[in-house]
Design a binder for this molecule. Sequence first.
Ligand SMILES: *Cc1c(COP(=O)(O)O)cnc(C)c1O
Length: 448
Amino acid sequence: MAQVRRLVTDLPGPRSQELMVRKTDAVAAGVGTTMPVFAARAAGGVVVDVDGNHLIDLGSGIAVTTVGNSAPRVVAAVQEQVAAFTHTCFMVTPYDAYVSVAEALNRVTPGDHEKRTALFNSGAEAVENAVKIARAHTGRDAVVVFDHAYHGRTNLTMAMTAKNMPYKHGFGPFAPEVYRAPLSYPYRDGDLDGAAAAARAVDVIEKQVGAENLAAVVIEPIQGEGGFIEPATGFLPALAEWCRSHGVVFVADEVQTGFARTGDLFACDREGVVPDLIVTAKGIAGGLPLSAVTGRAEIMDAPHVGGLGGTYGGNPIACAAALAAIETIEADDLVGRARQVEELMKARLGELQAADDRVGDVRGRGAMIAVELVRSGTQEPDADLAKRIAATAHRAGVIVLTCGTYGNVLRFLPPLSISDELLTEALDLLTEAFAADRAATSQEAVAP
Ligand SMILES: *Cc1c(COP(=O)(O)O)cnc(C)c1O
C-alpha cells in the first residue's frame, strides 16, 4: 500500500457520507466516531478510506495497531489459525496458543519472579479481573484509583474512571469501595516532586481508606484518556513500595502504555517498577481483541478453580495474533523504533511550543506523545483550540485524537510501522494548523 497522504475527495467523501447516513439509522447514537470517514484498508502508517483517500494514521485505532495494521506476521498467524479451528473455549478443551501467550507474557512483563497469566477480551474486563484477583488474595474490598484515571466502561471500571462526560454520565449507580487519590501531574503540580506527590496520595489513602481495608492500588503508569499525564520521577516507585509494605496489591494498568508503545516494552520498566499485577490489552494482538492479567503466582492463583474465565477469553485466533505481535516487537526492535519516534516528534513539537505559547506542555514517551493546549499566557485549558486543530488535521487527512479531563490535549499514537516521512508530513500539517489558527484568532481579536 502506497505510504503517502493523498486526498482524492473532500473529507468525508461521498461514499463515507452515504455510510454515515446508514450508520445513523442503524447504529446506536451513543457510539460516536472521531472522524466521519469509513475505513477500507490500512497498513504501515496509512488508513485508506472507502473513497480512496489515503490518511496518515496518528491514532493506531487508540494505541492498538502498534505493530502496524494487518502486520505481515499477524496476518499469516491469523490465517493459519482461522483455518485450523476458530474456538473451542479454553475452559472446555484448552489449546497450545493460550498457554504460549501466557508463557510469553510471564517472560516479557516486569520482574523475574514466578508468574501466572489469565486471558480475557477487553481492557476493562481484564481490569475487573485484576480487582477480583486482588480481593481474593487479600480478603479486602477497597480499591484506590487516581484523578484523571481511565480504566474502562463496564460498571466497576466506570467507577474507577474519573471523568463523568462521556464515560459515566447517566449510567450510575456505580460499584462501591472505589476511592480516588491525587495523581502526580507535573505541569499542574508546581514544584511537587514524585516523592512528595506520592506522600500526598498515601496520606489520602491512609486517612480516607486505611491500608488494612485496601485490596489494590490501580494506576496507569502514564495516563491515557486522562491526558497522557506522566507522573514525576519517583512517584510510581514510592507508591509501589508503600503497597508492598502494607500488603496491598499494586496493579499497573498498562492497557494503553504496553507493548513498546512508550519506548520500553512496558512503561513500568523505565523506573524499574515491578507491579504485582499488570493489565494489558490494546497493543497486545495487532488489532485482535485480547487482554490479560499477569502477575505474581501466589496472587494470581488465589481465586478458586473456575473463578476466572469467560466464553471467549484467550480466543485462539487472538492468541495466534498476540504471539505474532510479540515476535514482531522483539524481532523488529519496535522499542527502539518508539524511541526514534519520540525523538522526532518531541523535537518538532518543542519548536511548535517555542513558537506558540498556547502549547503549554509537550509530554509523553515513545510513540505516546501529547501537547496540552492552554489560553495564551495562562495555564487555563483550551478545549476549543484542541477541537479546532484536530478538525483542521482531519480535513487535511491526518487522524489525530484528543483526550484529557479538560478535553484540551492533542495526543499522538502512531503505529510503529509509520515512516519518518509520513510522521514529518503530519507534523508539518499540524504546525501549519497552529499558525493558521493563531492568525485567524488574532485577526478576530482586532476586528471591530
Ligand atoms: C482503553 C483502556 C482501557 C479499557 O480497554 P477496553 O479494551 O476499551 O475495555 C483500560 N485502561 C486503559 C489505561 C485504557 O487505555
